[in-house]
Design a protein. Structure first.
Length: 364
């Protein structure tokens, strides 16, 4: 039997929260609409709708354990993952009309990426350590059957790394590669991608992490051939230079937590602003966002450790047009708002809404 990530990471008993709304975020001008995916075992009741800073309740109580999603598919399709032992990926059109769905062929899918020009989709299946690849219907956006690629490898952490655990996928800017970050195998895998033929080749190791690091999520610099990798089992940020052959080369590492800090903490989400000047990483356990300034060469410099206002910040959403970051604190069941300064620094606003088991946010 596969052990799921949530069973391993749960620690204390799940927190059950009601659906009452906490003091709402200030009402924003215009149509401001978001969705929030939630975990059912932490009180989530499906997919929630946030409009003008207020929770309007679940959009659909059947869309459970929606751990991640991506938009921009054909016919305005938005794809959501169902993170369960029998994982699924479903496309939704306007008004949440189903545009087709398919099994991922793996357990506990947790991340998805799209190549919009070729209408191809890739999914990371955590517990089975595999990647699913779909050719989308170019007219309707419906998912065809998944082609499944199995990772191999393990790490020294026998509880978390007994086998591969794919955790992130992303297409390269030149559209020649799909990369997959694998926490269990301590590796980044590279798949050669042919956008014209809409095919993937078998994976090869593009970079090996230090043993036991547990790489989780990666983000690419918007203009430089450089990537940044957040590790879950060792709280570090790795700087990587992207090479033309799909591999990565070490370019430095940085601590994610203050020196001398005690107690377990696990990196979760990582994001970079559009200008490539500021990098953000969330830390579950420490319950902080670590902020790095990036110079013209993409070199990070630590500038902040900011408390997230809640417990277990699994995800955060950068909303640069509104000058804010929204943090999804999973275990406390809150979405907390921060102001983003012109220099990229974060300031707590004190605004928060309650969404039980929140793990993902997206603008729609």
């Amino acid at each position: 039997m596969t052990t799921t990530r949530r069973e391993v990471m749960a620690g204390a008993a799940a927190i059950g929260l009601g659906t009452a709304v906490a003091p709402a975020m200030a009402r924003l001008p215009g149509g401001d609409r978001l969705i929030a995916g939630t975990y059912a075992n932490e009180g989530g009741r499906g997919l929630y709708h946030i409009s003008d800073g207020r929770v309007l309740g679940p959009v659909d109580t059947t869309i459970v354990d929606a751990s991640y999603g991506v938009g921009g598919g054909p016919d305005q399709t938005f794809y959501l993952l169902r993170e369960r032992r029998e994982g699924g990926c479903t496309g939704y059109g306007p008004n949440w009309a189903v545009h087709g769905g398919a099994p991922t062929g793996g357990a506990d899918p947790c991340h998805v990426a799209i190549d919009r020009a070729s209408a191809c989709l890739a999914v990371a299946n955590y517990s089975s350590g595999s990647v699913s690849f779909y050719r989308l219907d170019r007219r309707t956006g419906a998912t065809g059957p998944a082609q499944v690629f199995q990772h191999h490898g393990h790490g020294p952490n026998t509880e978390r790394q007994a086998g591969p655990h794919a955790h992130w996928v992303g297409f390269s800017p030149d559209r020649r590669w799909l990369h997959a970050v694998d926490l269990g195998a301590d590796a980044i895998f590279a798949y050669r991608f042919d956008p014209a033929a809409r095919t993937l080749a078998e994976p090869v190791v593009a970079w090996s992490a230090p043993a036991g690091a547990g790489p989780r999520h990666m983000v690419r610099h918007p203009t430089l051939p450089r990537a940044y990798l957040a590790c879950e089992l060792t709280p570090k940020l790795f700087v990587l230079d992207a090479l033309p052959d799909g591999r990565f080369r070490d370019a430095g590492e940085h601590a994610l937590l203050p020196e001398g800090m005690k107690g377990p903490s696990y990196a979760a989400h990582i994001a970079i602003d559009r200008a490539g000047r500021t990098l953000y990483v969330s830390n579950r356990g420490a319950n902080t966002i670590t902020v790095f300034a990036l110079d013209a060469k993409g070199e990070p410099r630590l500038v902040q450790h900011v408390p997230t206002g809640g417990n277990w910040p699994r995800f955060f959403l950068l909303r640069e047009g509104r000058g804010e970051m929204l943090v999804a604190n999973e275990r406390s069941g809150t979405v907390d708002a921060f102001r983003i300064g012109r220099d990229g620094h974060l300031t707590a606003t004190g605004r928060s809404i309650a969404i039980p088991g929140v793990v993902f946010l997206a603008e729609v």
